[in-house]
Design a protein around this ligand. Structure first.
Ligand code: IMP
Length: 506
């Protein structure tokens, strides 16, 4: 990786005092965390993913080609330097995807000798992928807009005590018993759904194109068990008690905890019900990586914030969205190709916000790494950021301001005016006209929140060549100061372009 030497040494100076660093996103994911995970990997000895699953995606350069990896941490590229890459206990693992990623590394002669897979990570089954894909589109209507990777059902089955763990792959009798148990439950869930739709879904590539389909029984249990035992053989050498490894490493080796998704998608504290199936805040990440929070703590939590615009994929309220409902519907149905064609000449200063949002999507390359879906775009929302910071820290990494280099005006949402029916939130009653400085994360409140904006002048010049904070345009510094004063963030790094060297250490 090409880095700017002075930036790199400033970064190492910034991190020197720490042992355990976590990076996670303070929005709805997709904030460009991967670049910083890569940069901080130079500092780390052990890199652990603690949550999420194949719903995430990061690009990895193997030889001259770029690939999207969903499960293996990108630190695997530093395996040769002895860095340990771990998939921790909190991750939902689809073994088909993991085995494909390992096969690709092997084909590219990329070593993965120090890779470890938690024996108690959650094992995703075909039954869970089918349920995710069918139940989220009940009646042909998208409910949450999941990534269709079986994430929600993997975690819900875990909570129902009918989920499997990676270690089951190593024990044929237990695997068979637990798969059968899960199939029995899954068939009950699928009762009432159109058998033709189930058949179609089971022929999806993520379900090995019908390998697990049985025309009478829906699930071919024997073929699931046989295939999963093969996965077990392929993965056996990596399956370990990573919790014990991580706990022994604390205080002896530098540990980087790599988050997934974002705080606003956290199952407990996010903008429910439009969230993912697991805890994505920093404490959830640390537990999923193997930390015992009573004894070990994260010394530096870096929250990644896209700035000063933001994005969301899937359904759910987004008060500052450019083009409101029109944008939500467009992004739900459009493909990347169709979107790029529609907004090919749109401008970031278009008075039509829907087009302005499309231009920002094009310039920011805002398309899902996992699903290729166009991401919904909107202005930075401080009520949501203030809320997310309850679960994170004020130390932030700001990403992608360069995408707005041509904007004449920057709008920052400072508060909301509630515009819905009377709604009780604990002892408080929201009525039309109530002003909210911090977001209430319930979807039924957020969908009635109208943003109040502060309008600031844009900087209208390229910032991509800038490497020192003091050289940033004064207008951008004013926006930073404004947001710093309003939301209490303390930027530690600012990304001014996708490349590693396009980074300012503050
Ligand atoms: P699931 O995680 O596939 O169950 O999807 C639940 C919600 O989280 C949907 O709105 C997804 O679009 C969103 N989501 C899941 N993973 C990501 C991610 O990596 N980035 C952004 N959104 C995500």
């Amino acid at each position: 990786m090409k880095t700017n030497i002075s930036m790199h040494s400033q970064l190492m100076d910034l991190l020197r005092a720490y042992w355990n660093i976590a990076i996670n996103c303070l929005q709805w994911g997709d904030t460009g965390k991967g670049k910083f995970v890569d940069l901080i990997t130079y500092w780390a000895d052990v890199i652990v993913r603690g949550r999420g699953g194949a719903n995430a995606g990061h690009s990895v350069l193997l030889g001259d080609e770029e690939y999207v990896f969903h499960l293996i941490p990108s630190s695997i590229l530093h395996d040769i330097d002895g860095k340990v890459s771990i998939i921790g206990n909190g991750v939902a693992v689809d073994p088909r995807i993991l085995c494909d990623e390992l096969a690709l590394l092997k084909a590219k002669n990329q070593s993965y000798n120090n890779f470890m897979l938690a024996l108690n990570a959650k094992l995703t089954l075909p039954t869970q992928i089918v349920r995710d894909r069918i139940v989220d589109k009940a009646g042909g209507k998208v409910v949450i807009g999941t990534t269709g990777r079986g994430i929600g059902p993997t975690y819900s089955d875990h909570a129902l005590r009918i989920g499997l763990e990676i270690n089951d792959l190593l024990n044929p009798d237990i695997l068979a018993k637990n798969v059968r148990n899960n199939v029995t439950y899954s068939l009950k869930v699928l009762q009432g759904y159109d058998p033709e739709i189930i058949k179609d879904v089971m022929h999806h590539e993520h379900l090995s194109r019908g390998l697990y389909y049985h025309p009478k029984k829906i699930f071919d249990v024997d073929s699931i068990i046989t295939r999963y035992l093969q996965f077990g053989e392929e993965l056996a050498e990596f399956i370990q008690d990573t919790d014990s490894f991580v706990q022994a490493a604390v205080g002896r080796r530098k540990i980087l905890l790599e988050g997934s998704q974002g705080a606003l998608l956290d199952v407990d504290n996010g903008t429910r019900p439009y969230v993912t199936g697991t805890s994505t805040i920093v404490d959830g990440l640390a537990i999923g990586a193997g930390f015992n929070l009573h004894k070990h703590h994260v010394d530096l939590a870096l929250g990644v914030v896209k700035f000063p615009y933001m994005t969301r994929v899937g359904s759910g309220p987004f008060p500052t969205e450019f083009g409101d409902r029109m944008s939500e519907e467009w992004c739900r149905d459009a493909t990347q190709e169709k979107d790029l064609e529609q907004f090919a000449t749109a401008s970031t200063n278009d008075i039509n916000e829907f087009s302005q949002g499309g231009a920002i999507r094009r310039l920011g390359r805002e398309f899902g790494a996992t699903t290729r879906r166009p991401r919904r775009t909107g202005w930075l929302d401080l009520p949501l950021l203030r809320y997310a910071m309850r679960w994170g820290s004020e130390n932030v990494i700001l990403t992608k301001p360069d995408v707005l280099d041509t904007c004449e005006q920057i709008k920052i949402c400072t508060s909301y005016i509630y515009d819905g029916p009377d709604y009780r939130v604990g002892t408080r009653v929201l009525t039309k006209g109530t002003s909210l400085r911090e977001a209430t994360p319930m979807a039924c409140v957020l969908e009635h929140c109208k943003p109040v904006y502060e309008i600031l002048p844009g900087w209208q010049r390229s910032i991509r060549g800038i490497r020192h904070f003091q050289d940033l345009p004064p207008q951008l510094i004013s926006v930073l100061n404004f947001v710093g004063a309003e939301a209490g963030i303390k930027p530690k790094m600012i990304s001014v372009g996708p490349a590693a060297e396009e980074t300012i250490i503050v």
